[in-house]
Ligand binder design. Sequence first.
Ligand code: F6P
Length: 374
Amino acid sequence: MKKIVISTGGGDAPGLNAVIYSVVHSCYKRGWEVYGSRDGYAGFLDVDDLVRLYPRDVEGIYNLGGTILGSTNKGNPFCRPVENLAGEVQIVDISDKILRNFKRMGFDCHIAIGGDGSLDIAHRFALKGMPVIGVPKTIDNDLEATERTFGFDTAVATATEAIDKLHSTAKSHNRVMVVEVMGRDSGWIALYSGVSGGADVILLPEIPFDIEAVCNKVLDNDLRDKHYSIVVAAEGAVTSDGKGFNKGKGELGRDEVILGGVAEWVAEEVGKRTEKDTRSLVLGHLQRGGTPTTYDRLLALRFGAAAVRMVERRQFDHMVGLRNSAMVAVPIAEAIKRRKKVDLASDKVITARDIGICLGDPSGKEEVDDRTDE
Ligand code: F6P
């Protein structure tokens, strides 16, 4: 008999509920108790935010977007900003309190579902003595230790559908449409949706872009009697002279800046330089919403069940990952070391270039090999 607590941290991703469903059912089958902590670690601080989860509580949730537990990307328990009565912000460490409550509540393990930020926090709790198992999640697909994270496939499907829809309006008005997609400093969503959605230009954080190269592609299209262009820009794309785009720190307690602005800038510059009509749009959180695709659902269900098997094997301070189609246990410390970037010599990048997509680099040349990645 074990007592497990699950939490979801960081930005939501389609598939989180499928993991919760899978953990609850896998535990129930073993005769274990499962609890959910609301909004990340809130359930460790206040019992009102701790919910007992029975199979009936998770019925039918495996295909719902979001997380029934709620999530947050503010307020890291190791350095939580708190405003005092004088309105000053103080940084406090509440990790000891959380650990004490975890023990007092009699939990045997915490299954922490999150991206690199949440997994880092989970690892720090593991070092303090909390038995922790990590489950990776992010639509950005930027965790090196797993071939895929759930949420990515759904985000790509949403972005591709949006790009598909832009073609007819761009063509009707002979316009350049610039669409900004998520992904932080990795270009996975931009690359997959841009290639699949017939983009003319894809701007990835991995290839600093030259605005002249973008304009040249637009003008080339005109010469070929194609009077509209679609540009897909990753939110983390940077110019060849080092200009990045963000909207500042955002809410108190966030660790990362809010990225954004590249599409608007590119649209304005292309308009000025080519004299074509341009429009920009930001797909934003649409990419995080909706029903998880079959791929994401299945991966999330597998991650949840694998996490419970890892509890049984006492593989604490490890994260479940996907490698060569199998579930593997990876030390969390190793998993959070590096972000997974688009491999510029990979087949998908070569395909993009072969079918004439401009990637924003003036030369358009990358080291080419004939590897076929998945
Ligand atoms: O990491 C997932 C992600 O959706 C990024 O792609 C994006 O930059 C960020 O989260 C947005 O975060 P928020 O919802 O806090 O604005």
